[in-house]
Design a protein around this ligand. Structure first.
Ligand code: FAD
Length: 431
């Protein structure tokens, strides 16, 4: 008899809550990863995140083999793969870490039902956040919908207990000893190797100056760890311990924003698809396809917007300040539905996280978790003066800026501002 640790978005061996609990329990542990066809079939075949996962899985496999064990890797729909695994192994318990997105919740509910019917215990643990869904609530036990009071409680509750590491490696002798198991090739699953560079986990030197530099896209003052938090190649507990050690409160609060949006997505799962403030779905978006294309390709004639979109297209990452500017531009200047922009970011961002992306887009559109009124319309020129005054960032991504080749502005700022205020006002008049 054995137990299984099912890896999903917790792709590391050390400081992994469910893996630790599996290793400390009764049976030898066989780790498992499923390349989920339900998710993969929707992605373009050059998707860089699939390459990242693949490389990470190959590395985990190698490390586990060095301990005399292995990683069982399957490709298919989990609901079809699991019955096959049950035929192959005598399984008593399945361990895994909580996952909060709508698809994941449905998958795990079905799994819990199936495994229970097979008399297998399904044991799940908190791992990807410090505080999850119901741990930070208002006095009346309802969820916060505004960040500042949420963060106040989050910060007050934070102590050593919540950030201590789970020493999973200490119990590696309890891994199932097995001969080498196969690894399907990336190609067999219909994907190509991506040539994008993946950011490394090396952020400690950024934390001291983070508060000063984080808003200036040319300064490279942020840590690029979103991808690693997304796939669990970095433990959130480790990141928070490092923030505390460096006394970087601003960075700490950014990590809490991530949890805030995850908590919101859990409690208000409709907001993945509909506006958080429902009356915003009455807005009459223009949704002009040509303008959407110009935005995607970085040809709007607004240098800061174009620089951001080109950075995204070429590297799979965009600076946070610029994400806010391009999102505001799409929804307010061009009056294109925030869902279109959200979907484009979802396809391109290496650090794509449904909760944060939906949260960021709805924040920009005005329909989300923000106390500011909708009539905040970012002025790209003023934003540039404040955050890229020497055009350092812009020139890196828009080298043709001062030539005739550079696009004319797609819309005039004052006209666009008046238009969006009128359209929003009409839609929101009676709410
Ligand atoms: P750092 O500034 O070094 O921050 C460290 C980590 O804190 C980030 O990696 C991230 O996990 C978290 N974080 C920082 N800022 C935020 C924030 N505002 N909201 C939530 N978490 C935050 N972040 C994503 O992780 N995935 C997304 O898909 C995503 N989409 C966004 C879309 C829009 C329109 C906007 C305005 C923001 C979005 N963000 C998203 C938030 C933020 O822009 C990125 O987390 C950040 O730019 C990632 O770079 P970094 O790792 O260098 O961050």
């Amino acid at each position: 008899a054995i137990s299984i640790h099912w890896f999903r978005r917790d792709l590391r061996l050390e400081d992994n809550a469910a893996l630790y609990h599996a290793l400390k329990s009764t049976y030898p542990v066989l780790p498992l990863f499923i390349f989920d066809k339900n998710i993969l079939d929707k992605l373009p075949k050059g998707d860089a995140r699939v390459t990242f996962i693949y490389e990470t899985i190959a590395d985990l496999k190698k490390q586990l083999q060095q301990s005399g064990s292995d990683l069982l890797v399957k490709y298919g729909e989990p609901e079809k793969v699991w019955p096959e695994i049950l035929k192959q192994y005598d399984i008593k318990e399945v361990y895994t870490n909580h996952d909060y997105e709508p698809y994941a919740r449905e998958r795990d509910d079905n799994m819990a039902e199936y495994l229970t019917s097979e008399k297998i215990a399904f044991k799940t643990h908190k791992d990807q956040v410090i505080f999850e869904k119901d741990e930070i609530l208002k006095a009346d036990k309802t969820p916060y919908t505004v960040f500042t009071p949420f963060y106040k409680q989050w910060h007050a509750k934070l102590n050593d207990f919540y950030v201590k590491a789970y020493p999973s490696k200490k119990y590696f002798k309890n891994l199932l000893q097995t001969r080498h198991l196969p690894l399907p090739a990336l190609k067999e699953m219909g994907f190509e190797n991506s040539k994008l560079d993946f950011p490394k986990i090396s952020y400690k030197n950024k934390l001291n100056d983070y508060a000063k530099t984080r808003d200036f896209p040319a300064a490279e003052g942020t840590t690029h760890i979103g991808l690693h938090l997304r796939f669990g190649t970095l433990s959130i507990r480790k990141a928070v311990r490092d923030a505390i050690e460096a006394k970087s409160n601003v960075w700490l609060s950014e990590l809490a924003w991530r949890e805030f949006y995850m908590m919101i997505l859990w409690h208000f799962s409709y907001s993945a698809f509909d506006s958080f403030k429902k009356q915003y779905d009455k807005i009459k978006w223009r949704n002009n396809e040509d303008e959407f294309k110009a935005w995607r390709e970085g040809n709007t004639g607004y240098p800061i917007v174009d620089a951001g979109m080109r950075q995204l297209n070429q590297t799979g990452w965009m600076h946070n300040r610029v994400r806010m500017i391009v999102a505001s531009f799409l929804t307010k200047h061009l009056l294109i539905d925030w869902r279109w922009g959200e979907a484009y970011f979802a396809e391109k961002l290496l650090d794509y996280e449904m909760a944060s992306n939906v949260g960021g887009w709805q924040w920009a559109a005005g329909s989300g978790n923000d106390a500011a009124p909708y009539f905040r319309v970012f002025n790209p020129e003023l934003q540039t003066k404040k955050f890229d005054p020497e055009f350092e960032y812009i020139k890196k991504w828009v080298p043709e800026l001062e030539t005739k080749k550079y696009a004319q502005p797609i819309v005039e700022h004052t006209f666009a501002r008046e238009r969006v205020l009128r359209v929003f006002k009409e839609a929101l008049a009676n709410s």
